[in-house]
Design a protein around this ligand. Structure first.
Ligand code: FPP
Length: 285
């Protein structure tokens, strides 16, 4: 057997194992509709290996590719990645510039593959503050993929939750001034419709890598009822097996949205609801 044949066999075996893991997840519970990720720990991953920080960002792109692919295969509908925050502009100029080059390269390199996989690319944040070539590539990708029907991949770029809310308040004020919105009509639904995420449901699951216990100005409004999963892995080391662990953990949670356990189970028509209905029908006999 040639070396490459051995490699092909090993890859085939790994793909088969991955498919089994995905099938198991599909059987054990619900797949979250919307997964949001704070990709943290690129710098530390690199520093631990004696490499420059940018090497961590570089390897982080490989994690992005793996997670996007696995989410698409599992039937996750929306994936939001915190790729560059408003605060990230404060990093040393060299790092910001290298990150922008890397983003541009990743957008160029991945466009065809994303398109072939039916991914719909979207972006939230102050896109106009990004370098012109990044904006052009991003908007081109969004345009090319706009009719795709698979995973919606939302890149949060120059984004922060407080920016999103501030922006929404300003636009609501403008609409009130223009007579298009009445103060008494403002509701949570209306506020959500002014946020950059208006077209997407709130995240069901928020994953943060590298063990930090913070939201870091991410989707502040939208994460109100999301389940949180903190992974100890640095982002460049976070791969699909870690995503599966996060989803399996999510499947074990009970999302109560402020209600009590019995109400949730009743609403979900679960086992408790069945038992309750059964007991009621027995009582009538
Ligand atoms: C956080 O690690 C990571 C970032 C600020 C950038 C994330 C960007 C990528 C993974 C590459 C491009 C993304 C896409 C969508 C193609 P950190 O630098 O804060 O790590 P540290 O906390 O260890 O310093």
């Amino acid at each position: 057997m040639y070396y490459s044949e051995g490699l092909d066999l090993a890859l085939e075996k790994a793909a088969g194992h991955d498919k089994k893991l995905q099938e198991r997840l599909l059987q054990t519970g619900q797949i979250p509709t919307h997964v949001a990720i704070i990709m943290d720990g690129n710098g530390r991953w690199a520093q631990k290996r004696g490499l420059p920080r940018i090497a961590g960002h570089h390897e982080g792109v490989n994690s992005v590719r793996d997670i996007v692919e696995a989410c698409g295969q599992l039937g996750v509908k929306y994936l939001t990645l915190y790729a560059f925050s408003t605060e990230n502009w404060k990093r040393p100029e060299d790092e910001v510039s290298l990150l922008m080059r890397l983003l541009l390269k990743a957008l160029k390199d991945e466009k065809d593959r994303l398109h072939q996989n039916e991914v719909q690319l979207k972006a939230i944040g102050e896109i106009a503050t990004l370098p012109q070539d990044v904006q052009d590539e991003l908007l081109d990708g969004i345009e090319v993929m706009k009719r795709n029907t698979g995973l919606t991949l939302i890149l949060a770029l120059s984004y922060s939750g407080r920016w999103d809310i501030t922006n929404a308040v300003k636009r609501m004020y403008d609409d009130i001034q223009a007579g298009m919105l009445k103060q008494e009509d403002i509701s949570e639904k209306i506020i959500a419709s002014y946020l950059s995420t208006k077209d997407y449901p709130d995240p069901d699951l928020l994953i943060r890598t590298s063990g930090e216990l913070r939201i870091s100005n991410f989707l502040l409004w939208q994460l109100a009822y999301s389940e949180l999963f903190i992974s100890q892995e640095y982002w460049p080391a976070f791969r699909r097996k870690d995503l599966y662990a996060a989803i399996a953990d999510y499947q074990r949670r009970e999302r109560r949205f402020g209600m009590v356990s019995e109400q949730v189970q009743k609403n979900q028509g679960g086992r408790a609801a069945y038992v309750e209905r059964f007991l009621k029908s027995v009582a009538k006999l």
